[in-house]
Design a protein around this ligand. Structure first.
Ligand code: KG4
Ligand code: ZN
Length: 365
């Protein structure tokens, strides 16, 4: 049963589970689309650039330094004070534990000081509920999260009810794009660079594997594909005495079409087992890839299901999705105590088999 909650509801959200410090204010009122009043993200890419990946300790310190400033900025941009809020929502996991702790501590401080309810949000629920914020989707819908840190299929049945159909057993696809870019001397983030190079390439020249397509189910794997690119690169270089522009383009095109084909086929299977769903939604940085997006749209089309992808700024890590997930939980009458823990691992679907792969950006579920 849905508990009565005041309307409108105005919630401050905080996000600090990886390498983006975010704060946002979202308002929802009965009968109207939700409004993002502010959405501030302070990235940390510069701090980690020299290390080739996110350094948890550096991330945690940067979050601790930035969180209150970013929260202040979000309130300022929304034109609101703490007394205008109905609750504070915060990512309480999964993610890099130092950053999650910094966020949870900051949220507790604000909630305690301002006498506001505290709502802990699962970061993956934030991603998974975003299409309700942006497109007003109704439950249930199928969600594919594809980014540098996530890769899983979820049937979103309710604000606190998720069924995981499968996910990566090793790398996330964005992580594979980034690694392939590094192997081929392309800049980071690798996805856009690989996509640009692929546009000039022949996807049929290299016969890359389609990992796990020969096995039933919706699990995915991308690390073998990256190794296959490495081997093909070495063979091409040995023949030419260096990596030629056309070889690089062909390697990128072959890799990208393998990822697109695997994601499309697994999405087809996920839609087949998901049951009746209102839509197929995709989120995460990899959804920006033209070939992958087109392949996923075609799968939705074949299945006769509407396709949705939230705007990129709301697909990638942000605090508006956390504020919104907080609103969804508040509407169900949820509140957390000041003993709310920070959790490095927090599967959305406790009934599903645990994910094996942690991903470049830390364990996600
Ligand atoms: O969702 P996101 O911004 O951050 C998290 O991982 O949380 O996703 C970033 C990932 C990176 O690995 C990046 O290489 C990948 O998304 N990406 C792409 C494209 N744009 C970004 N991958 C393939 N094609 C793209 N156009
Ligand atoms: Zn994320």
């Amino acid at each position: 049963m849905q508990a009565a909650s005041p309307t409108p509801l105005t919630v401050l959200g905080l996000e600090s589970s990886c390498d983006d410090t975010g704060a946002a204010v979202v308002r929802w009122a009965e009968g109207a689309p939700p409004a993002i009043l502010s959405n501030v993200v302070a990235g940390q890419a510069d701090l980690h650039a020299a290390f080739g990946g996110v350094v948890p300790e550096i991330a945690a310190r940067a979050h601790a330094e930035k969180l209150d400033l970013v929260a202040e900025r979000a309130l300022f941009e929304a034109g609101l004070g703490l007394s205008d809020l109905d609750a504070v929502a915060v990512t309480a996991g999964p993610g890099l534990i130092g950053g999650v702790m910094a966020g949870v501590m900051c949220a507790k401080g604000i909630a305690l000081g301002a006498g506001l309810p505290l709502i802990g949000v699962n970061h993956l629920a934030g991603h998974a509920l975003t299409p309700r914020l942006t497109d007003g989707l109704t439950f249930p819908y199928l969600m594919l999260l594809v980014s540098g840190g996530h890769c899983q299929f979820l049937v979103v049945e309710g604000a606190e009810s998720f069924r995981r159909l499968g996910g990566t057993i090793d790398d996330a696809p964005g992580e594979a794009f980034d690694k392939v870019a590094r192997l081929l001397g392309l800049p980071q983030p690798g996805g856009p660079a690989v996509e640009r190079a692929a546009a000039q390439g022949d996807p049929a020249r290299f016969a890359f594997p389609r990992p796990l397509l020969d096995r039933p189910g919706c699990d995915l794997s991308f690390s073998g594909l990256k190794t296959a690119v490495l081997r093909a690169r070495d063979t091409a270089m040995a023949g030419a005495g260096g990596l030629r522009r056309q070889d690089r383009a062909d390697l990128c095109a072959g890799f990208q079409s393998a990822v697109a084909e695997v994601l499309a086929e697994k999405s087809r299977r996920a839609l087949a087992v998901a049951g009746d769903v209102a839509a197929f939604a995709v989120a995460g940085g990899v959804a920006a890839n033209g070939e992958i997006r087109t392949a996923l749209m075609q799968v939705a089309d074949e299945a006769g299901v509407p396709f949705t992808a939230p705007p990129l700024a709301l697909c990638t890590d942000n605090a508006a999705m956390i504020a919104w997930a907080g609103i969804e939980r508040l509407r169900l009458g949820a509140r957390d105590g000041f003993d709310l823990p920070a959790r490095p691992r927090w599967p959305l679907d406790s009934g599903a088999a645990p994910l094996v792969g942690g991903g470049r950006k830390g364990a996600k579920a």
